[in-house]
Design a protein around this ligand. Structure first.
Ligand code: PMP
Length: 399
């Protein structure tokens, strides 16, 4: 018998499996609205001009030595300003423990491991539904998971009343995972008023809010506006944790640039927490990669490149918002008796369409349209060229 004869193949990742099936399809009409990556109106991946220019500026003068364990200090400093605010007192007071992370996933995982190590009895409350990898991350960190209500299938909006009940009913001092904006997979975000209420109730209960912010700028087109949820919690005096990613808003997917921050009582505590985060990173990957962090810090610390970035984020967000309107209007024109208001009510990369797994299967087998079986449409894959075809197919399978 061999060493590994007992090893069974792992189940396919529900998201990455869609791309595989799409690539294997030879139909010229095929459409991929499964993958969570931005495409331009020709369906092509995009490298932002600010990124190209940053690469030109750093070409040749980049040494390839290791970064410190906590990553690029310059990148981290710029990244904190985006989440906590340009002139944040919390930054000035050095109360934030922050390290460069392997994009948003790595930031979440680092936090989950930190939580397990220093709050070993704690659990994590996760919204239903959520990005499927959240479950994997906290599972592998061995933090028990609980859920809280989030999405309301009938309204295809937020189940606010049940969410607040769950916040109230959780044991005092529970950890809650919140999507700062552009909730994945539903595209449903609380309003500002609702965020205020969530923050208030969580403060009353002494809960710990952990923000996963994978889409800052991608929801509204304005990174400041998309950070509003976090700012509300900060106003209320919460000590938060935050995972940030440049995958979507700078198109740096494969570069794996992100940041984990933990807001502390004071500078002394922040120094301690940061040193422990580094200690967790050290035996896993020692220190994070150089190139992406250098591009990010170059862009955010050069006024002209930052301005260009802000324009380009807005172009991406606006294209997606435009496609939401186009998809809805096409469905209405076709005379669909169903309500498609939620397509434009929801925000960010995804539309949680409400289609059943069987309807999604028909889209695939009859129309060569690919998406996850939960009915999540990646709006980034919708273009002027395919929106009519997509709307027709959706109308046919939902009749
Ligand atoms: N959180 C959420 C909610 C996401 O949708 C994603 C990307 N799909 C991530 C985190 C992490 O992405 P990355 O690791 O590429 O930054």
């Amino acid at each position: 018998s061999s060493w590994w004869s007992h090893v069974e193949p792992a189940p396919k990742d529900p998201i990455l499996g869609v791309t595989e099936a799409f690539l294997a399809d030879t139909s010229p009409e095929k459409v991929n609205v499964g993958v969570g990556a931005y495409r331009d109106d020709n369906g092509k991946p995009v490298v932002l001009e600010c990124v190209r220019e940053a690469e030109r500026r750093i070409a040749g003068n980049q040494n390839m030595e290791y970064l410190p364990m906590g990553g690029s200090v310059k990148m981290v400093d710029e990244t904190l300003k985006l989440a906590y605010g340009e002139n944040s007192d919390l930054i000035k007071e050095k109360r934030i423990a922050a390290v460069q992370a392997l994009s948003g996933t790595g930031a979440c995982r680092l936090f989950a491991d930190f939580q397990k190590r220093f709050r070993p009895e704690s659990q994590i409350y996760i919204p239903v539904p959520t990005w499927s990898n959240h479950h994997n991350i906290w599972r592998d960190a061995q933090v028990p998971q609980r859920t809280f209500h989030y999405y309301h299938p009938e309204t295809k909006g937020l189940d606010f009343a049940s969410l607040i009940d769950d916040v109230k009913n959780a044991p005092n001092g529970s950890f809650f995972l919140l999507h700062a904006c552009a909730h994945n997979p539903t595209g449903v975000d609380p309003t500002e008023e609702q965020w205020k209420e969530i923050s208030y109730q969580m403060k009353v209960k002494g809960h710990f809010p952990f923000f996963d912010m994978a889409y800052q700028g991608f929801a509204s087109g304005d990174p400041e506006r998309d950070a509003k949820s976090i700012r509300i919690f900060l106003e209320d005096g919460h000590l938060i944790g935050c995972a940030q990613s440049y995958a979507k808003n700078m198109g740096l997917y494969g570069q794996r640039v992100g940041c984990l921050s933990v807001l502390c009582d004071d500078e002394k505590q922040a120094v301690a927490v940061k040193s422990q985060l580094q200690q967790i990173a050290r035996p896993m990957y020692s220190n994070p990669p150089v190139h992406g962090a250098l591009m990010v810090s170059t862009i955010l610390s050069s006024p002209d490149l930052k301005e260009l970035w802000l324009k380009e984020v807005k172009v991406m967000a606006d294209r997606i918002i435009g496609m939401r309107t186009a998809l809805k209007e096409n469905l209405e024109k076709l005379g669909s008796p169903l309500s498609w208001e939620h397509i434009t009510e929801q925000i960010g990369m995804f539309c949680y369409s409400g289609m059943t797994p069987e309807q999604v299967d028909r889209l695939r087998s009859e129309y060569h349209i690919y998406m996850t079986r939960n009915g999540r449409i990646s709006m980034a894959g919708v273009t002027t060229g395919n929106v009519g075809y997509l709307a027709n197919a959706i109308n046919e399978v939902t009749k």
